[in-house]
Design a protein around this ligand. Sequence first.
Ligand code: NAD
Length: 364
Amino acid sequence: MKATIALLPGDGIGPEVVAEAVRVLRAVAEGWHHTFEFSEALIGGCAIDAHGTALPAATLAVCQSADAVLLGAVGGPKWDDPRAAVRPEQGLLGIRKALGLYANLRPVTVTPAMARRSPLRAEIVQGVDLVVVRELTGGIYFGEKTSVYVRADEERATDTCVYTTSEIARVVRRACDLARTRRGVVTSVDKANVLETSRLWRRVTSAIVASEYPDLKLEHILVDACAMHLLRRPTDFDVIVTENMFGDILTDEASMLAGSLGLLPSASLGEGTRGLYEPIHGSAPDIAGQGSANPLATILSAALLLRYSLGLEDEARAVEEAVGVTLAAGIVTADLAEPGAASSTTVVADAVLTALRHLATIAA
Ligand code: NAD
């Protein structure tokens, strides 16, 4: 197949990890006989420096004409002033909005090699294989906000949580479609005992599953209970679907099951197949330029890109398997290594490439 992939390396370690993921994508193209064209553009702090905005019009145009977007990370101390009118993360929010990306998928899998490095006991996390589907463009983060002085010494602030039937339905359908390709279990997370938006969420989810996905098992769970069960019995979850703020919090909790931010990918999807793929970690300015960043989260994001935007399931699995082989061999960066046993960013990516080329030979 022929595909155009937009690359937004961003700031800090972003360019280092995106470069390694591109090597992996090139190896996939070679091994499975595809043609991938790459077009690179600026986002975040580097775009502010060059153009005075975190999301230049040219960057948006590159993304809109691509089949998929691979992003590194944005931000860093240089642009961290919270009072600044122009900030790197405006690039992230802007691109998600412009591309209509309303569903954020964060898979978390824990292999035996990773289980040993989790902050939780290995027997609890081993075998975790779940995906959190977070609603990305609605809810309390986007509702009306106020902040007023009601008296000289008393301020009052509000944030409004708003959801509509259609906003809930589209993300729930995404989660259900995903569950059909997995173990067929959907856990919908809400706070229906106290929030009206959660009661609507629960009604819409129940109706959609009953009428369109009767083959799936649906369970409803309160967000506080979910936070607890993610630590107590994480292997029981398959697909978790939830609203924006609950998802924001639960995805960070779920990411810790795997032990390192440097391992976890994400996909942001809308209507159609174009998506935005990025590691869940930030720009890690403390290690930028040292060649020590873990490239695996970005390489696994490239695997999600192959799966969800390009429909290349075999190739996506091969990349994931190559990452698994690399981890099992103990070829890891400093965030995962025992003292004195760390490999560099490039050496880890080289190991993935070696495993991948072997898998391509078998597939040929
Ligand atoms: P961070 O994720 O960048 O770093 C947290 C810690 O994890 C650091 O010690 C870092 O060295 C380590 N780390 C992160 N990714 C790693 C990797 N691939 N390999 C090895 N170690 C890794 O979060 P932070 O320090 O809170 O934020 C740094 C900057 O990144 C800030 O400017 C923040 O706004 C930005 N940020 C961007 C995104 C994004 O682009 N999506 C997300 C979070 C934070």
